[in-house]
Design a protein around this ligand. Structure first.
Ligand code: FAD
Length: 266
């Protein structure tokens, strides 16, 4: 059960935005398993290990997209092609592909676009009509919007400062779209405050959805209990990180608080 990290060589690094880089590496799907969109891996830099969503799943390679916000992620940003990292996993429930209809909206805020990119690409490949709301603080931080547009998604760009596309939050953009259209199903990942706003709008519109959550993680195996959420006590690493809308009601701390590395609420 406690699988060792697989040591992989970074084969490509893409500077996506001033703060986000994508790291591509080979992954033998046959022996190591093919991840589902929405699953995550534990990334080891030979000092520490942290969870990262899988942002791209190709035939024999996958990618993670990392926002530089602290010691670990800044170390990853300093790596070069040919450097090695450890990858453990993949873990988590991933997005569930059994839903009714084919008219989908996938909503990502900031680096939350990482798992949204994986699921949106998969849904397009499977013949669904996919609208993507790609939200960021400013134009330079929009992630994957161009590549998703090329792959066939209808992308609604959205920036807080109005530097590109719709001016406002992802919630405002969704409300705007829902004035003229509706969707059968939605997939959402981003800051929890954004997901709460989106959740309220989608629930009001009776659009079922799946939400990808983050909590501080250590083992990612469901053993340490670090990422348990109040309510049902679900472990984000095993029962999550993706939850359907009915389950979100039972996560009492959703958009209210979370716990730091020592378990203290903040
Ligand atoms: C399921 C899941 C998927 C994630 N996917 C991505 C992704 O695709 N791209 C991305 O850039 N980030 C992702 N993250 C967040 C990423 O793990 C943290 O941003 C990263 O660990 C920060 O480390 P740091 O040392 O650079 O920053 P620090 O300064 O140590 O931490 C900054 C913040 O990052 C969060 N964090 C730190 N350590 C952890 C940890 N062990 N587990 C969870 N959160 C932590 C905390 O909120 C903390 O306040 C994901 C987290 C989870 C739980």
């Amino acid at each position: 059960m406690i699988n060792e990290p697989k040591i992989v060589e970074i084969k490509e690094i893409i500077d996506e935005t001033p703060t986000i880089k994508t790291f591509k590496f080979d992954w033998d799907m046959e022996t190591l398993g093919r991840p589902n969109p929405g699953e995550f891996v534990m990334v080891w830099n030979f000092k520490n290990e942290k969870p990262m969503s899988i942002s791209q799943i190709n035939d024999d390679e996958m990618a993670i997209s990392v926002k530089n916000i602290g010691e670990f992620t800044s170390h990853l940003h300093d790596l070069a092609v040919g450097d090695k990292i450890g990858i453990r996993g993949s873990y988590g429930t991933g997005f569930n592909n059994s839903f009714e209809g084919k008219n989908i909206v996938a909503i990502g805020g900031g680096v939350g676009m990482a798992p949204i990119n994986a699921i949106a690409s998969d849904l397009i490949e499977k013949g669904n009509d996919v609208d993507v709301i790609a939200a960021a603080v400013t134009k330079d931080e929009l992630l994957f919007a161009d590549s998703l547009e090329k792959s066939g998604a209808k992308v609604h760009f959205c920036t807080d400062d109005g530097s590109f596309g719709f001016k406002g939050f992802a919630t405002d953009c969704l409300s705007d779209l829902l004035e003229d259209t509706t969707y059968d199903y939605a997939f959402v990942c981003g800051p929890e405050i954004m997901m709460k706003g989106i959740f309220d709008i989608l629930e009001e519109a009776s659009i079922p959805a799946q939400y990808s959550l983050e909590r501080y993680m250590k083992c990612a195996l469901g053993v340490c209990g670090q990422c348990c959420v109040d309510g049902e006590g679900w472990r984000i690493c095993v029962e999550g990180p993706v939850f359907e809308n009915e389950k979100i009601y039972k996560i009492e701390e959703f958009a209210k608080y979370r716990r730091d590395a020592s378990g203290v609420k903040y």
